[in-house]
Design a protein. Structure first.
Length: 202
C-alpha cells in the first residue's frame, strides 16, 4: 500500500518542526526519549514492578521478538512501554515509531509494536497509518536532507547507523527510500573531474 499523495512532504515538514522544537539541526542525531518528554509521554520498560510478571517473562523470554513496545492510552494521554531487553538502537526506533503515531494524532487504544510495525488491540486495517508512522519516524531519525549529505560524503550504512544512532537496517532503508546515493552519484557524475565536493552541512 502506497503512502497517500503528498505525505512524504508533510512528514518532512513535521519532522523539521519537531527538530526545531528540540533545538537540534537536521544533520544531528535525534533523541526519541527527549521527544517523548517534550510531548509529555512517559516511557516505561518491561521491568516495571507493576507489570504482570508472567507477561514480562513471556515477552523477555520465548516471545522476545514479538514485542518491541506499546503505545497505551491512559485517560486523555498515553504512555509508551518498551522492551528493555532489545538492542539500544532498536529501542530508539520503537520509541520514535510510537511517537510518530502521537505526532500524527492517530486514533488508538493499544498499539503493540513488533519488528517495526504496530498491531492494534482494538481495530484492524491499519496498514496506511503504520506506513505513515514508519515514514515519519524514519524522517525524524534520519531526515532526507541528512541522508543525502551522508551519501555525498560517501558514508556506508554502518557509518550512517553509528552517527545517527539507528540500526543498520534502518540506515539502509532510509538511504534507499530517500534516493540519497542515487542523487549523489548523478550529481557527482555531472561535475568535472577534481571539482567534486559535498553540499554544505545543514
Amino acid at each position: 500500500m502506497a503512502l497517500r499523495r503528498g505525505f512524504k512532504a508533510t512528514a518532512r515538514r513535521l519532522a523539521a518542526d519537531v527538530r526545531a522544537e528540540l533545538g537540534i539541526r537536521t544533520y544531528a542525531p535525534l533523541d526519541p526519549y527527549a521527544l517523548a518528554a517534550l510531548y509529555g509521554v512517559e516511557v516505561f520498560t518491561l521491568d516495571e514492578p507493576w507489570l504482570p510478571a508472567s507477561a514480562v517473562a513471556h515477552f523477555t523470554g520465548p516471545a522476545v521478538e514479538s514485542f518491541s513496545g506499546a503505545l497505551v492510552q491512559v485517560g486523555t494521554g498515553c504512555v509508551i512501554v518498551e522492551n528493555h531487553t532489545h538492542e539500544r538502537n532498536r529501542r530508539r526506533s520503537t520509541v520514535a515509531h510510537e511517537m510518530a503515531h502521537v505526532l500524527l494524532e492517530h486514533d488508538f487504544g493499544v498499539l503493540v509494536t513488533a519488528g517495526g510495525s504496530c498491531r492494534s488491540g482494538v481495530e484492524s486495517g491499519r496498514e496506511a497509518l503504520e506506513q505513515e508512522a514508519a515514514e515519519l519516524s524514519g524522517e525524524l531519525l534520519l531526515p532526507c536532507t541528512a541522508a543525502r549529505t551522508a551519501a555525498f560524503r560517501g558514508w556506508t550504512d554502518a557509518s550512517v547507523a553509528r552517527y545517527f544512532r539507528i540500526s543498520e537496517r534502518m540506515a539502509r532503508w532510509r538511504m534507499n527510500v530517500t534516493g540519497a546515493r542515487r542523487i549523489a552519484r548523478r550529481s557527482l557524475a555531472a561535475l568535472a573531474p577534481g571539482t567534486a565536493s559535498g553540499p554544505p552541512e545543514t
